[in-house]
Every structure is written in C-alpha cells, then in structure tokens.
Design a protein around this ligand. Structure first.
Ligand code: ATP
Ligand code: MG
Length: 419
C-alpha cells in the first residue's frame, strides 16, 4: 500500500481526520478536502491516485464532482460513499465512471481493500497507456526507417551504376586536358574556352563522385570495424583535417573533453566522418566569425520501460555524450525535421550535397547511438550524439532495418558485432 495517494473528500471533519490517520498508519499518503470545490482545487496542485468521495455534501455534490474528475483527471479512480438509503446514487456513479461505491458507515478494512483495488486499476491503465504510446512510437519510427531504407537502397543502386560512366568521363576529360597541352594544338582557336569547359567537367565529376561515395559509404552499413577509440584523439584528429577549412576565418574552437572520458569501443573511421560532417556544417553556419565548442562527458543511456526490460541482458549501459555547438546562423524550426533527410540542403548549388547529416545519422544509428539537434535561428545549433561506451556481449549485427530500428530505441545489445 506504500505511496498510494488518496484524497478523502467529506464534509464531516471527524470522518476525514480518523480515516486519514488510519490510512496514514497503513502506508497510504492521505489528503483531505471538505468540499467538492476544495477537492478540485487540491487536485489541480497535487494529483491523487484514488479519491474517496462523499456523495451528499453541501455545495457541489459527489456526482457532480465525479463528472469533473472524469473530464480533468482521467487517471484518478473514484470511490463513492453513499448513505444506506441512497445506494442508487452509487449505481449512478458507477455508470458515470466511478470505480465503485461503499455505503456509510464505512468499515475501515473494507475501504482499504477497495482503495487497493482502485489503485491497482490505475497502475494497470498507466501500463496500458505506456504500451500504447510505445507501440505508436515504434510504428512511426518503423515507417520512417523503412522509407529511408528503401530510399537508401534506390539511391545507392543508382550511385553504383553512375560510378562507371563517371570514371569514363573523368578519364576522357583528363585525356583531353593532356591533348590541349600538346605542342601541335598550341595554335588551336578558342583554346581557352575548351580549357575552361574541361575544368567545369572535372569539377562537376568531382561533385558527382562525392555524392556517389557518400551514398555507397552509407549503404555499406555493416562494415564497422570496432576498436578502442580515444575520444580526445578522435576530436583532435578530426580538427586537424579541417585546418584548411578555417584558414582565413575568425573561428575559435573550444574543446571541453571531460577528464577521464577515455575511450569507447566503436568504429574510429566512421566516427571521424561524423565529426567532420558536423564540424564542416558548423564552420559553414558560422560564416566568417564565430565559436565552435566540442564537449564530451560520460552519461547513462536514457531508460524507458522498453529499455529496462532488456537491460539485464546488456552488461553495460554507460555512454558518452559528444556535443558540437556553434554560434552560427541556426536552423529554422520548419527545417529541423528535414535536415537528416537525404539531399536536403540549404546551401547554394554546388556547395552542399545534403547527404552529410543523412550519412551521419545512419552511422550513429548503426553504432547503437542517438543524434539530436537543438537550434534557434540566429543563435547557433547544437548537435548532441550519445554513444554506448562498451558492450561486453558482442554479437554479429543483424543486417535489416527492423533490427536497426530496435537498436535505435535502445535494444543495442546486438549492435557491436565482433569482426
Ligand atoms: N550547424 C548547423 N547550423 C545551421 N544549419 C545547419 C547546421 N548543420 C546542418 N545545417 C542545415 O542542414 C542542412 C543539411 O546538412 P547536411 O550536412 O546534411 O548537408 P549540407 O551540409 O547542405 O551538404 P553536405 O552533403 O556537403 O554536407 C544544411 O544545408 C543546413 O541547412
Ligand atoms: Mg554538411
């Protein structure tokens, strides 16, 4: 009976006091209200699991209070107290949604038993609600995951096919470039126009290659090579690769890697790609001047009923949180949901492929983690990644979108395939 919150609503002071005292002794947390109006105002501030409600009260009577309770506090169960002569009120009450009714004078143990039953019903309803929400969340995620999976398959199929003709175009353009440099073509009319056109071909081929490589990287989903990845080295290594990007810009980079964060068991190559994607975006968002903060700390994986259930089988749920925050232009609210979609980009044509965050979220998903973004226009953006630190149980990853989804929501025990 511990921690059941019961509100006793009765205009008889003595009844309220005696019952409250006796219930308190049995581990219940009792509250008191002397009228229907008071009951509603108390519940606004402090919700109760069960309300024991006298029907005959001056002012608002029990049945009227019950109607309000059903509307405003559907999670609270109500036990009505009626007089012997007025049991029809009790029946009416049950029809209007009361859990049950008792006739006065009430026998304490009887009331206690009813309170317990009513409380059990609230718990059962809560559990059902949680299950429904979880199922709905799962169904929604499944739709998104499957949509992305089929889009990914299609796009990567196309990417693969395009790679060969691209290689031929690149080679032919290179050969033409060499020809143009030859002595025999030194006097060729409009030679510069040809050279410029060739440069355009070459840069466009480069861009198309970038797209196909990103997509192909994405589809090679289960090629993770796991090792101990030192977080500090990972961040510093990624920053070194971006030195050229921030050259001639007034960008301050701040590292807040908490002492003792250490290493995680993950794929260093892919995590570096993630960091490079996020940092490149941050640099672009900042423009010519601003600040990027990279911070990392140890955290616990978020727990929900669906995860708790699996936890016994997972030896560790320790995680690290990696945040990349910038003081750039920020993401408009209407774009926040789209930025992880493939080919979504607000950059001028030729500057962005719109695949950076799509690939990034694919990698994080594959590594059993989670990525979230918070941003407001004009106030910068923060991308927050959570990655499990280590799982002692290492199994082969399953290569299908359903398992990917389950892992995404916390069932990450299979994620780290030993290779
Ligand atoms: N740090 C950020 N600040 C503001 N907007 C951002 C940030 N990161 C991403 N975005 C927005 O999300 C969009 C998608 O990002 P994403 O990295 O997927 O593609 P991209 O940067 O446009 O192109 P690329 O494929 O070259 O990375 C960007 O075009 C930009 O509008
Ligand atoms: Mg990008």
């Amino acid at each position: 009976m511990e921690n059941i919150r019961v509100l006793l609503v009765d205009d008889e002071e003595n009844f309220r006091d005696v019952m409250a005292r006796r219930l308190g002794k049995r581990g219940v947390i009792p509250g008191k209200a002397e009228s229907g109006e008071k009951c509603l105002s108390v519940l606004e501030k402090e919700p109760a699991d069960v309300v024991v409600l006298d029907v005959k009260m001056p002012g608002m009577d029990g049945l009227e209070v019950l109607r309000h309770l059903r509307e405003k506090h559907p999670g609270t169960e109500v036990i009505l107290l009626t007089g012997h002569a007025t049991t029809s009120d009790g029946v009416q009450g049950i029809k209007s949604g009361a859990f049950d009714y008792l006739t006065k004078p009430v026998e304490f143990e009887h009331l206690l038993g009813k309170i317990k039953q009513a409380w059990e019903k609230t718990q059962w309803l809560k559990e059902k609600q949680r299950e429904t929400e979880f199922r709905e969340k799962m169904a929604k995620q499944m739709i998104v995951t499957e949509r992305l999976a089929s889009l990914g398959t299609l796009a990567t199929g196309v990417a693969h096919e395009i790679n060969n003709p691209l290689a031929i175009i690149a080679e032919a353009a290179g050969w033409m470039g060499l020809l143009l440099k030859k002595e025999e073509l030194s006097g060729m009319p409009r030679k510069t126009d040809f050279e410029n056109a060739l440069k355009k071909i070459e840069s466009s081929v480069e861009r198309a290659k970038r797209i196909t490589h990103q997509l192909l990287d994405f589809v090679q989903k289960d090629n993770s090579v796991l090792s101990e990845v030192d977080i500090k080295e990972l961040v510093e290594g990624s920053l070194r690769l971006l030195n050229r990007e921030i050259l001639n810009k007034d960008v301050e980079i701040i590292q807040k890697i908490k002492h003792g964060v250490g290493s995680i068991r993950s794929d260093s190559y892919q995590l570096r790609q993630v960091l490079i994607n996020l940092l490149t975006n941050a640099i672009h968002a900042i423009g010519t001047c601003g600040k990027i903060t990279i911070s990392c700390k140890s955290v616990s994986l978020p727990s929900g009923p669906e995860i708790r259930e699996k936890r016994e089988k997972v030896s560790s749920v320790e995680a690290v949180e990696l945040r990349v925050q910038d003081t750039g232009e920020g993401v408009p609210k209407e774009n926040l949901k789209k930025i992880f979609d493939p080919f979504f980009s607000t950059k001028i044509p030729g500057k962005g492929t719109g695949l950076g965050l799509f690939v990034t979220s694919g990698i994080i998903d594959k590594l059993g983690g989670n990525i979230e973004v918070e941003s407001q226009v004009g106030q910068g953006a923060v991308f927050c990644i959570t990655l499990p630190r280590y799982h002692k149980i290492e199994q082969q990853p399953e290569n299908n979108s359903r398992s990917g989804f389950l892992e995404k929501i916390g069932f990450s025990v299979n994620k780290f395939g030993a290779r």
